[in-house]
Every structure is written in C-alpha cells, then in structure tokens.
Design a binder for this molecule. Structure first.
Ligand SMILES: [Zn+2]
Length: 309
C-alpha cells in the first residue's frame, strides 16, 4: 500500500489531497493541490521515502506519522525556523502545530541525502475570550518575595520540557481524559482576562471536579516532572509520551508518582485540587511538543488518516 502510494507520487504531476478532520461534531474537508515540487525534491528516484500520517491538521493539533527509521525531519511554517528532529527507530514521528500556526506547514523528510517535501494545509481555529475573577491578586501580579520561588520553579520545569525519551510510544495511543467525568470550565486556547487584566492565552483545558477526584495518565509514558507545589501550577505532573510529546496535569492536591516512573495509560497519577494559581478545584490539562503548546483534548478521539496520495 505504501509502495503504491510512493509510486503514485512519481506518476502524477498534480495530486488532490483530501484532509478531513472530525471534531466536536463539525466535519471539515479541504482539497489541496500539491505541485510537482513534491517530486522534484527527490533527486534519486531509486530512493523511496515512505510516508503515512494521521492527526488533526489544524492549529494546536497533533499529527502522528510513519516514515523510514531515524529519518531526519524538519517541520515549520513558511519563513520561520523549523523544528528539526529524527523519527524513532521504527520510523514513527510526531508533529505539533502552534495555537496560531499559519494555514500551511512545510514538512521535509530526509533519508540518505534525499528529501521528500510536503506542504500541509492547516485549519485555523477560533478561540474564546474568557474572564477569570476571584484569583488571589498575588498569583496574578506576583510580589517581589515570590520571584525566587518562581525562578526556581522555572528551572525545574525547563528541564522537564526538554525531555526526549527515545523509548516511549504513548503518542501512538488514543488518549483518554485524565479524569472520568468531564465538565469543561475553560476551553483550550481562550484569551483570558484574569481579575480584569488581559493575559497570555489559556494553554490548557480546565475540567472542573471536586478536590480528591482521581487523575489518570492520558497515555503511556515516563514521568518527567512530579512537583507538589509550584507557584503557578501548584501540584504538577508531566508525562513524556515519546517524540517530545509531553502532557501536564496542574493544580493537583496530591501527587502519587515520581519523576522517572513509567506509566501505562490509566494509571493514577494524583488527585484534583486548587493549588497554585487557581480559584477553585479543577484539573488544568495541557500538552507540549518541542516548546509548542498543543490542545490535548484533540487527542481523545482517534486521529484522522491523512488522505493525501
Ligand atoms: Zn487552566
């Protein structure tokens, strides 16, 4: 099937790509023409670079693909510095899209000096404006006395964010919600006014739940950070699902895991709370990939096959 797919790329000068994304009951379809550039970038026709992908081809979405083992991959917006990394030993890779990513993204896969290039169409999303009031003023505009704690927290978090576990394959799983009963109190990506002041976008999904509600690993992975009480995040657990895809649970009242621990999907990691910058018990669930903020709630549905030929 993949061989046929690659052969077709050589055969046709112009290919219509169909990418479809089912999300929240809305079905998007886009047709995209891929010019001959795709084939011209392959200098040696004897080298066939396999490629299959599935995912959410939209802002803040995740794409999971398969190509040659250890292939060099470059992914970014036109005119911007790409993220460069390698597929794993089975050829699996992950791509992540920014909250405000451009409507096209450039994917380059290089194997033995030969490069396959693709331009992916990316759907734009609209984000809500939400107001959060009643936060402790010191958590919105931290006093000088908190600066040392915030700086120390940042160092711990930065180490975790750069985790690149070569063995985890959690990204191949369809994620589960980290808690059983889902009541979204603030959606991902919302522009936020905290106590009346405009802040950075909300890079998480807030799920309201009583203190003590169990929180589970959304997919398999290795714990890269497990902290009981950071200034902003409160109780924080981060799980590396492989290929740089790391999910976080925040504001936890109880942390049951430790850094370095390997988890299976559904293992309990702790309990809901209201620690850190929070105005009531809830789970703040977020997802990162190579420094980009992604929407974890897109991962709880099976990813859509990329229909390109
Ligand atoms: Zn939140």
């Amino acid at each position: 099937m993949r061989q046929k797919l690659v052969k077709n790329i050589f055969t046709f000068s112009k290919i219509a790509l169909l990418s479809s994304i089912a999300l929240g009951g809305v079905f998007y379809i886009s047709h995209q023409s891929v010019a001959m550039a795709s084939t011209q970038n392959i200098a040696n026709k004897d080298v066939q670079i396999p490629l299959s992908m599935k995912g959410n081809f939209m802002q803040s979405g995740v794409i999971v693909g398969k190509t040659a083992p250890f292939a060099n991959i470059s992914f970014g917006e036109p005119g911007k510095e790409p993220v460069v990394f390698n597929a794993d030993r089975d050829g699996n890779f992950v791509l992540g899209l920014d909250r405000d990513a451009a409507t096209t993204a450039e994917l380059k896969i290089t194997v033995q000096g030969k490069t396959l290039s693709k331009t992916l169409n990316i759907w734009a999303r609209t984000y809500k404006v939400t107001e959060v009031n009643g936060l402790p003023p010191a958590k919105v505009n931290p006093p000088d006395s908190a600066m040392a704690k915030i700086a120390a927290d940042k160092e711990i978090k930065t180490r975790a964010w750069t985790s690149l576990d070569p063995y985890e394959r959690g990204f191949l799983e369809t994620f589960r919600w980290p808690i059983d009963k889902i009541r979204i109190t603030s959606p991902w990506g919302a522009v936020r006014k905290l106590n009346g002041t405009l802040q950075t976008p909300h890079y998480g999904v807030d799920v309201g739940a009583p203190t003590g509600t169990p929180i589970y690993a959304p997919a398999s992975g290795i714990v890269v950070i497990a902290e009981p009480d950071l200034f902003y995040e409160g109780g924080l657990v981060g799980i590396d699902h492989g290929q740089g895809l790391i999910s976080y649970s925040m504001h936890m009242s109880k942390v049951d895991v430790t850094a370095g621990q390997r988890l299976k999907q559904g293992d309990k990691v702790g309990e809901v709370g209201s620690t850190g910058r929070s105005n009531g018990p809830h789970l703040h669930w977020s997802l990162k990939w190579h420094g980009r903020q992604l929407d974890p709630s897109l991962m709880v549905h099976p990813l859509q096959e990329y229909q390109g030929k």
